[in-house]
Ligand binder design. Structure first.
Ligand SMILES: Cc1cc2nc3c(=O)[nH]c(=O)nc-3n(C[C@H](O)[C@H](O)[C@H](O)COP(=O)(O)O)c2cc1C
Length: 350
């Protein structure tokens, strides 16, 4: 087995020391402090302190070679400011964004909450980001040479009837820099966004994006796969519709799932009733259910990337068992630290 990197200090121990300090801070502040610390470590050449022993476990999905199947989910690095630092943590791929054409502040703070008893988060960030131009500058500067997904959305003020214009503008901008592009129609924090998952609206949007993708592939001499990210709150007919559109339009992969608006699993816990999307442990089962149903409807025609509720290597295996070819982490990293990446990679390698 070839191992990439060698840990100088146990990252588990480092995170065990850092976590109480981070959890004493407001979650959004802790998020910022963590990412800035990573960036400084990387700039100082010290990121190898956190570099983990990740077994090589290459996988080809969407025509792309992933060195291991464990990815970073979108939203942790919305502006693509920390790609190089995050890239040093051993992920098999990294997804950044969601970016919108124009900068926007997102919702008022506080807008990120820990539901610590349930190893969960509720967020209503609302696509806070510095806009496409700043995003592209950051992505161009990044030193990362691995698989990079760029996740696109629409501005809050753009009416739904004009949503396609926002997605097309983002696709044009990010295309030459992306390994794949994710079309995010599943955030619960942009009003009515998830209506774009309805059959007719989705078919129209994806049709326009696929046509533009073909033109961009010609222009840049490179085919960049288009990935659709969906919500866990779709019922089975809704999932069947999404699968039908994905197959008819030639979507390259589906990320299942984004956060949930359901609070069934966290009733009565502190912050559970905050508005927004719930992520973390309580999302594992609902998200896996969606993956299993999707797998039946897609019958292998479109690969599934599993996101939602992975907090251990066992969870990662369950996700793959449900039907995911690749997985992505977000909330698990907050509760478990970067050691979770290696734990999942080892567990999936079996
Ligand atoms: C604070 C926060 C912000 C997020 N922002 C985005 C985003 O901008 N775009 C997106 O596609 N998903 C976003 N997500 C969803 C995650 O990418 C992921 O799909 C979801 O949290 C489920 O995975 P998890 O349970 O491992 O966190 C966000 C999640 C959190 C917790």
């Amino acid at each position: 087995m070839r191992l990439v990197g060698a840990p100088a200090v146990s990252e588990d121990l480092l995170y065990a020391l850092a976590r109480p300090l981070l959890f004493a801070l407001d979650p959004e502040r802790a998020h910022h402090v963590t990412l800035e610390t990573l960036r400084r470590l990387e700039a100082a050449g010290l990121i190898s302190l956190l570099r983990q022993r990740i077994p090589e476990d290459p996988k080809t999905v969407m025509g792309l070679r992933f060195p291991n199947p464990v990815g970073l989910a979108a939203g942790l690095d919305k502006d693509g400011r920390y790609i190089s630092a995050l890239g040093a943590l051993g992920f098999g791929f990294i997804e950044v964004g969601t970016v919108t054409p124009r900068a926007q502040p997102g919702n008022p703070r506080p807008r990120m909450f820990r539901v610590a008893g349930a190893h969960a988060l509720v967020n209503r960030m609302g696509f806070n980001n510095g806009g496409l131009a700043a995003f592209l500058r950051n992505v161009e500067e990044a030193q990362f040479r691995g698989v990079l997904g760029l996740n696109i959305g629409k501005n809050a003020e753009t009416p739904l009837e004009h949503a396609a214009e926002d997605y097309l503008a983002c696709l044009e901008g990010v295309y030459p820099h992306a390994s794949y592009v994710t079309v995010n129609v599943s955030s619960p924090n942009t009003k009515n966004l998830r209506q774009l998952q309805d059959s007719a609206a989705l078919s129209n949007l994806i049709g326009l994006l696929k046509a533009r993708q073909a033109r961009l592939a010609d222009r840049h001499g490179r085919y960049v796969p288009l990935v659709l990210k969906i919500a866990p709150d779709l019922d089975e007919p809704g999932l069947a519709d999404v699968a039908a559109v994905a197959m008819a339009q030639g979507i390259d992969a589906i990320i299942a799932t984004n956060t949930t608006v359901s609070r069934q699993a966290v009733q009565g816990l502190a912050h559970a009733d905050e508005a927004g999307g719930l992520s973390g442990a309580p999302l594992l089962d609902p998200s896996n259910r969606v993956i299993s149903l999707l797998r039946q409807h897609l019958a292998g025609a479109v690969p599934i990337i599993g996101s939602g509720g992975i907090l251990s290597g066992t969870d990662a295996r369950q996700k793959v068992h449900a039907g995911a070819e690749l997985i992505q982490l977000y909330t698990g990293l907050i509760y478990r630290g970067p050691a979770l990446v290696a734990e999942c990679a080892r567990s999936l390698r079996g």
